[in-house]
Design a protein around this ligand. Structure first.
Ligand SMILES: Nc1nc2c(ncn2[C@@H]2O[C@H](COP(=O)(O)OP(=O)(O)OP(=O)(O)O)[C@@H](O)[C@H]2O)c(=O)[nH]1
Ligand SMILES: [Mg+2]
Length: 562
């Protein structure tokens, strides 16, 4: 801000009013923003309008003394009054009036000699409005500044929330006044036959549309796996097998009423009301033999020589492989089990007497082991099932609750390729309802009908309750029993009952001119008939390589020869 003498003069006159008053009073007033005072106060000021130290004080003192010396109030009073009352002066004065007002006010408020002060103030004001060129200029400048200040003030006011609220109110009231007249609503005439505009019609068309869409969605929506499972209708034969063997979740009272001793381990694997010791309860002699561990292998090179036929137990970790070995032999604790997946970490070979070998494989899938270790187990199992000489059957264990998993299918594919005989065994059947046991068996049977190396039927067991263990023993003991016949080179035909259908399969793809051996498997309970040293049950005729006649259950005629 450039300072000019005239302006300084004028500005420096103002503090004169404060003469004889406490100095700090003036200073305090001067600290207010100059704009707010409504006039130019002069002196150097910072952005807040606060006077900078040293910029004004010395000059103010000088001006005060000047005023005392040079202004002879009595002599000039009349002249100044005349000049001030002239048009130009009035104009300038009018605009520069706020400082005067401010000065008088301050004088009133603080003066000790009110008379003198008011008089001096009057004179100063009149001096300030003198028609001096420079002062005129500054008066104009002051006026402009004031105008700007006022406009800013006005702006400030207009933007203040109170003002806005008031304005809004006033607007509202104005509009209310205007809107007092009742509005006429436009009526839209609807074409009752036009359903194109769905928002305007009465809604019936929309509802119908929605219903149709919902129906379509319901019909076309893919069923969840669970819903698909619930939709399975098990065949009557499977259902009756489940009921006869008390498979599925059963109440203790139900088992007791059926005559089983629930205080024994695996109570359903018993002859009702039997008091025999553990191993003597086993109906198949071969399983009465002592179970003995004789080899363990973590790599294929440490497999024992294949001297006796082997039956292996494969499946996911924690599916119940080791437990099943114990349950089949009723020799609890020979094979170690754990509720933590990944307990069996090597291929363990157990001799059952001198003629038979049971093999406990490590599991695959989730297990408490490092990824690379699990991969090694899986590779070892794959190598064993696909290359092992003397391996007569793999019991592929599936948890009844969860069903088949991708890794199970992987192993099945491998066994199909390597023509390894395998049979599905559903485990932990005691954890689900009987109907779900039947459903799972049905589901797996149907999904694997095309598989050639699969041995039907699907077995269902519970190592805990003992349900289905007897049936599995019967199936497995036959493998040991008929090893010699198979090795004779004769053609073996397996006739299996799947639901109400008999299916004839040529074992090992050998050509058959006549049936040398047939076995009826009725939902896991095989009825074996012997004739001329061979197991013969007429019912299926094999005509050529891989060809066979499928005979219905009702066409099946039993000879009754033992
Ligand atoms: N409820 C019930 N639990 C069972 C049954 N069979 C096994 N179990 C339990 O399942 C858990 C795992 O059993 P294991 O026999 O160790 O399973 P595994 O397949 O050998 O497991 P890995 O050796 O880890 O591959 C144990 O806690 C058993 O008690 C069954 O039929 N019913
Ligand atoms: Mg195990």
């Amino acid at each position: 801000m450039s300072k000019k003498p005239g302006l300084n003069l004028k500005l420096n006159r103002k503090p004169k009013i404060a003469m004889g008053k406490p100095k700090n009073y003036i200073n305090r007033e001067d600290t207010k923003p100059s704009v707010a005072k409504g006039g130019v106060t002069g002196g150097k000021s910072n952005s807040n309008g606060r006077k900078l130290k040293g910029a004004d004080d010395g000059r103010r003192k000088r001006v005060d003394s000047d005023q005392l010396k040079s202004f002879k109030i009595d002599r000039n009073l009349e002249t100044t009054q005349r000049k001030a009352s002239s048009g130009k002066g009035r104009k300038g004065n009018g605009k520069a009036s706020p400082p005067l007002e401010y000065a008088t006010n301050t004088g009133k408020a603080t003066s000790r000699n009110p008379k003198n002060v008011s008089r001096i103030a009057k004179e100063v004001a009149e001096m300030g409005s003198a028609p001096n060129d420079s002062s005129k200029k500054h008066a104009n400048a002051n006026a402009n500044a004031n105008a700007r200040a006022n406009s800013t003030k006005r702006l400030d006011n207009s933007t203040s929330p109170r003002k806005i609220v008031r304005d809004k109110k006033s607007l509202k009231t104005d509009s209310e006044v205007v809107d007092d007249k009742p509005k006429k609503k436009k009526r839209i005439r609807l074409d009752p036959y036009d359903t194109s505009n769905k928002r305007l019609d009465d809604g019936t068309a929309i509802n119908e549309c929605k219903k149709d869409k919902k129906k379509d969605l319901e019909e076309n929506a893919p069923m969840s796996k669970n819903a698909q499972f619930r939709g399975i209708q098990p065949s009557p034969s499977i259902l009756s097998f489940v009921e006869d063997n008390l498979l599925g979740r059963r109440r203790t009272i139900e088992i007791q009423r059926a005559g089983y001793n629930t205080e024994l381990s695996a109570p359903l694997d018993n002859i009702p009301f039997s008091t025999n010791p553990e191993r003597e309860r086993i109906e198949e002699n071969i399983f009465r033999n002592k179970l003995e561990f004789f080899a363990a292998a973590k790599v294929s090179s440490s497999f024992p020589a294949p001297e006796i036929p082997e039956i292996a137990f494969a499946g996911r970790s924690n599916v119940g492989k080791s437990s099943l070995l114990n349950a089949l032999t009723r020799q609890w604790g020979v094979v170690r089990t754990s509720d933590k997946p990944g307990h069996t970490q090597s291929i363990n070979f157990f001799k059952l007497g001198s003629k038979f070998c049971l093999v406990d494989l490590p599991g695959y899938g989730f297990a408490y082991a490092k990824e690379e270790v699990k991969e090694a187990w899986e590779d070892l199992v794959k190598e064993y099932v696909s290359t092992r000489i003397g391996l007569k059957r793999v019991c592929l264990l599936i948890d009844t609750k969860w069903g088949m998993k991708p890794r199970d299918n992987e192993l099945i594919d491998l066994m199909e390729r390597s023509q390894t005989k395998y049979q599905i065994v559903l485990t932990k059947t005691d954890t689900v309802f009987p109907i779900d046991v039947a459903r799972r068996a049905m589901q797996i049977e149907e999904s694997l009908t095309a598989n050639r190396s699969l041995v039907q039927p699907v077995m269902m067991v519970s190592s805990k309750s003992g349900a289905g263990i007897r049936s599995l023993r019967t199936v497995l003991s036959k493998i040991a029993r008929y090893q010699g016949r198979e090795l004779d080179g004769g053609c073996i035909v397996w006739v299996l009952v799947i639901g109400d259908l008999l299916r004839a399969l040529v074992d090992d793809g050998k050509r058959a001119g006549a049936i040398t051996m047939a076995i009826e498997v009725r939902m896991g309970q095989e009825i074996l008939r012997r004739k001329n040293g061979y197991l013969v049950q007429m019912g299926a005729m094999v005509f050529g390589e891989g060809e066979c006649l499928i005979v219905r259950n009702e066409d099946f005629r039993e000879d009754g020869d033992e």
